[in-house]
Ligand binder design. Structure first.
Ligand code: ZN
Length: 350
């Protein structure tokens, strides 16, 4: 039996030399130290042997058992180390490699225009205010000379949230809110210049130039002795700053319930300098905004004295300005979040 044990050991060592993977180590462990291993069989067959044989063979078998286990453990350890080493080689961090280029978002073209208009007006003393997009009938209509059943309400097809609350149809709702606030400061100087901006909503069919949701900037200045000449100066200043120093403006009579007189403002075409091109539809002029002197009725409804105070007001469609400035011909591009479109505006104005 001792001879048999020697042979088993020899057999194990031959096979051990051929092992290269952890799975093979596992197989070898099963073969030489499991339930059916040859050494186990030898030990089992010694139940009936005499004491001396039991001692001698048992000792020898156990020694080989331990040796086999030790050799398998050592091999496992070295194979694991080898695997780790190879893994580290692959995953090594090379600190000299250039860093990953993180992609930064860009400013939306409408935000660029809002920021620019904000800058232009803050330089001449206008406050920039945000506003509420859901407002009640009072501030969106009644306090802007649009009482209930006024026919001019038809000009602004409205989304009603409930009977008294609407999605604002213009940023002018902030004008009536600010005028009302101003009226409450009776003892103070009642003068204020502010622009508000944001989304407005109308029940409109969407097409290349119309959207049911769009953005406006609405501005006004109120105080003693504010005249039509001031309005004209402000509009000209804005047109030149927003488009080009050479741009001129043209005023046409119009109608808005909250201003009297009301005007439409055209700018001379900044592309063809008024000689006629596709942008200005060969007229030399481009319509950009509506404006006027604040209607005396509006003053009164908001609690201000029209005999003491006058005011100018104007409203600008942000999309319209952005389309003109950037040569965009479809309003829907602003709302489709197409990255290729939006990425074109990263460094504008810098
Ligand atoms: Zn033109």
């Amino acid at each position: 039996m001792l001879e048999q044990i020697k042979n088993i050991k020899k057999d194990f060592e031959t096979k051990l030399k051929q092992v290269t993977t952890l799975a093979e180590v596992q197989n070898l462990r099963k073969e030489f130290s499991g339930k059916d291993a040859p050494l186990t069989s030898i030990l089992k067959s010694m139940r009936d042997a005499d004491e001396q044989t039991k001692q001698e063979v048992g000792k020898q078998a156990n020694l080989v058992f331990v040796e086999i286990a030790n050799k398998l453990n050592a091999l496992t350890e070295s194979l694991q180390e080898q695997i780790l080493h190879e893994q580290l080689k692959v995953e090594k961090i090379d600190v000299s490699l250039p860093g990953m280029n993180l992609q930064f978002g860009t400013k939306h073209p409408l935000n660029l225009v809002i920021e620019e208009i904000g800058q232009i007006f803050s330089e001449i003393g206008f406050d920039l205010v945000d506003g509420t997009e859901i407002d009640n009938d009072e501030f969106n209509f009644q306090k802007l000379n649009l009482p209930k059943d006024h026919p001019a309400r038809d000009m602004q097809d409205t989304f009603y949230i409930e009977d008294d609350h609407v999605m604002r149809t213009h940023c002018t709702n902030m004008t009536s809110r600010l005028l009302t606030k101003l009226a409450e400061q009776k003892h103070k100087d009642q003068n204020l210049a502010a622009i508000s901006y944001g989304n407005v909503y109308r029940r409109d069919d969407d097409d290349a130039t119309h959207s049911h949701q769009f953005m406006q900037v609405d501005g006004f200045a109120i105080g003693k002795n504010i005249s039509f000449a001031n309005l004209k100066w402000v509009l000209k200043y804005m047109a030149k700053r927003l488009f080009d120093e050479s741009v001129n403006i043209r005023l046409r009579p119009s109608f808005f319930p909250f201003t009297e007189p009301s005007i439409e403002v055209d700018i001379s075409c900044f592309k063809c300098a008024g000689t006629g091109c596709g942008l200005c539809k060969f007229s030399g002029w481009i319509e950009i905004l509506g404006a006027g002197m604040i209607n005396q009725q509006v003053m009164e409804v908001n609690g201000l004295d029209p005999k003491k105070l006058t005011g100018l007001a104007f409203g600008i469609g942000i999309e319209r300005i952005a389309m003109l400035k950037f040569g965009i011909n479809n309003i829907r591009l602003f709302y489709e979040n197409n990255v290729e479109f939006l990425e074109q505006f990263p460094f504008y104005g810098k």
